[in-house]
Design a protein around this ligand. Structure first.
Ligand SMILES: Cc1cc2nc3c(=O)[nH]c(=O)nc-3n(C[C@H](O)[C@H](O)[C@H](O)COP(=O)(O)O)c2cc1C
Length: 280
């Protein structure tokens, strides 16, 4: 068991957002051995070609929960519609957060989607600050109203070659979000892994996790996603300071057996010390 964000994870490996966009495959992913899933990303209104909208996702997750047997942690990733003007983007996120609140173990504010990338630009620093502040205010308001606190994570895309701590990370940490999901190689390349690009991701990812973890210094747990296609990849990210890891394309390229291989390896590694000697 791993405790992160006040939630108990049976193991630290999760399904990354985008694979189960509408929360239809939670039981199936649990059976594969994932410790958690992040469903979505959904937006308030359906987004043709991308998602059917938050109401469809909520109905599916509620159906799964009502059927019983869901023991893994279920995070719900939320975003803005592509057509929403930038000054109104925050309203999309708040609408989503309110709609999914009762159904999520944690909620991810997805700033890694193409529609939200501008928030990482200096020109939009104030927009970003406002969005982060209002999401945290909404979390406090909903916690008071429903008597149940749902952790809020933020997912960002990271340039794997960048040497410093991006301002967006500082802003998220200042606002005391419950977790940071640092993605390298977000969906731009499509569902097919590319061998060269993935080798580059793996080379830089552990280094960037180490940098982020040392900057955050335990203030906020970190999830690492991008380029994990083997047990060693997952172990390396955890060793570097990630509390949890996620994968998407590895499930496609390596097949579902990868999940048990990773969790088995991690369990074994956790019981054999010293840990560092296990990584070549
Ligand atoms: C086809 C596709 C769709 C995706 N859709 C989403 C999404 O809706 N929300 C999100 O946060 N990430 C999305 N992602 C990004 C993944 O969650 C993940 O960050 C990225 O694929 C890197 O991890 P991987 O190398 O294990 O695939 C998508 C990725 C792919 C390939």
């Amino acid at each position: 068991m791993t405790d992160v964000m006040g939630l108990a994870f049976a193991n630290p490996l999760g399904l990354a957002a985008g694979f189960d966009k509408h929360g239809e495959r939670i039981a199936e992913m649990q059976a594969l051995g994932f410790g958690f899933v992040e469903v979505g990303t959904v937006t308030p209104r359906p987004e043709p070609g991308h998602n059917l909208g938050v109401d469809t996702l909520v109905a599916n997750v509620a159906k799964h929960r009502a059927a019983g047997g869901i023991r893994i942690v279920v995070g719900i990733s939320v975003g803005q519609n592509l057509g929403t003007p930038r000054e109104l983007a925050v309203e999309d996120y708040l609408t989503d957060v309110r709609r999914v609140w009762a159904h999520a173990d944690f909620v991810t504010v997805n700033l890694s989607a193409p529609a939200a990338r501008y928030l990482g630009e200096a020109a939009y620093a104030r927009t970003l600050e406002g969005l982060l502040r209002r999401c945290k205010d909404e979390q406090a308001a909903l916690t008071a109203r429903f008597g149940r606190r749902v952790p809020l994570a933020v997912k960002i895309g990271l340039d794997p070659s960048s040497q410093g701590i991006p301002e967006i990370v500082r802003a998220i940490a200042r606002r005391r979000f419950d977790a940071l999901i640092a993605a390298i190689g977000t969906g731009d390349r499509g569902a097919e892994p590319s061998r060269d690009a993935d080798a580059a991701i793996r080379r830089d990812a552990a280094r960037s996790v180490r940098l982020l973890a040392s900057h955050l210094d335990g203030a906020m747990p970190l999830m690492s996603v991008g380029g994990i296609v083997s047990p060693e990849d997952a172990w390396e990210r955890l060793e570097a300071g990630a509390a949890l890891v996620q994968l998407y394309r590895g499930l496609v390229s390596e097949g579902p057996g990868l999940i048990q291989r990773i969790t088995g390896f991690l369990e074994h590694a956790a019981h054999s010390a010293p840990a560092a000697e296990r990584v070549p």
